[in-house]
Write a protein that binds this ligand. Structure first.
Ligand code: AP5
Ligand code: ZN
Length: 213
């Protein structure tokens, strides 16, 4: 299964990606996670990306396309993958199409998770992430059993630099301008599955699984 998860910041893409990848046994390719890992390791890519990410802006297309090209040729992507956070512009989507053609592969579906703006801000601002294993929690909607600690590995939870209300507003603005046009782009290709992401985590997950059947 070759899938793309589309949706505004805080829509629940990462949360749902875990369920989908487990069910279909495919790798979860999150460009946000790849960039954050590079920032943590202080690589050249990380240094470049950080200034864009902290402001809520998109990292330039050339950088993102080369990350994805390098990732898609890896052995574990042969039978399928889930792209989370890529493509984010029409230019990235065009580049992906060319790359998949070169690899003689085709996308199966594009899952678009739609969530109201007020809810997006609540979800992103309340998100806390495990420093160790990357699991995402929410202080209200999906709290850990022990405050500030990860259920899975007891790691410390932290808030992302770009999860302040001000930066989340900017990310939503950038999404509306640069990423939302991809909904029509993939609808026109007959690949789009629209999912109402305003429901609970389990309900959204059920709706996605049913629509992929
Ligand atoms: P990225 O990491 O991709 O961030 P994003 O798209 O803004 O998405 P988020 O990770 O914020 O949210 P999510 O939809 O995964 O939600 P989650 O499941 O965590 O990108 C970050 C930055 O990197 C970008 O701004 C850009 O600078 C750069 N970048 C990345 N890719 C790029 C690209 N291709 N091109 C250029 N730049 C790029 O859920 C959010 C919270 O809500 C959690 O706390 C969760 O527990 C909770 N939650 C989830 N679902 C529900 C539910 N149904 N009900 C209640 N709570 C829920
Ligand atoms: Zn953890």
């Amino acid at each position: 299964m070759r899938l793309i998860l589309l949706g505004p910041p805080g829509a629940g893409k990462g949360t749902q990606a875990d369920y989908i990848c487990y069910k279909y046994n495919i790798p979860h390719i999150s460009t946000g996670d790849i960039l954050r890992a590079n920032i943590k390791e202080k690589t050249q890519l990380g240094e470049k990306a950080k200034s864009y990410m902290d402001k809520g802006l998109l990292v330039p297309d050339e950088l993102m396309v080369s990350i994805i090209k390098d990732r898609l040729i890896k052995e574990d992507c042969k039978e399928g993958f889930l792209l989370d956070g890529f493509p984010r512009t029409v230019s990235q989507a065009d580049s992906l199409e060319i790359e998949l053609k070169n690899l003689k592969q085709k996308l199966d579906k594009v899952i678009n998770i739609d969530v109201d703006k007020g809810e997006l801000i609540r979800r992103a601002v309340g998100r806390r992430i495990c420093k160790n294993c990357g699991t995402a929690y929410h202080i209200e909607f999906n709290p850990p059993k022990v405050k500030g600690k990860c259920d899975k590995c007891n790691g410390e939870l932290f808030q992302r630099n770009d999860d302040t209300e001000e930066v989340v507003e900017k990310r939503i603005e950038v999404y509306l301008k640069q990423t939302k046009p991809l909904i029509k782009y993939y609808f026109d290709k007959g690949l789009l599955l629209n999912i109402d992401g305003n429901k609970s985590i389990d309900e959204v997950s059920q709706d996605i699984m049913n629509s992929l059947k």
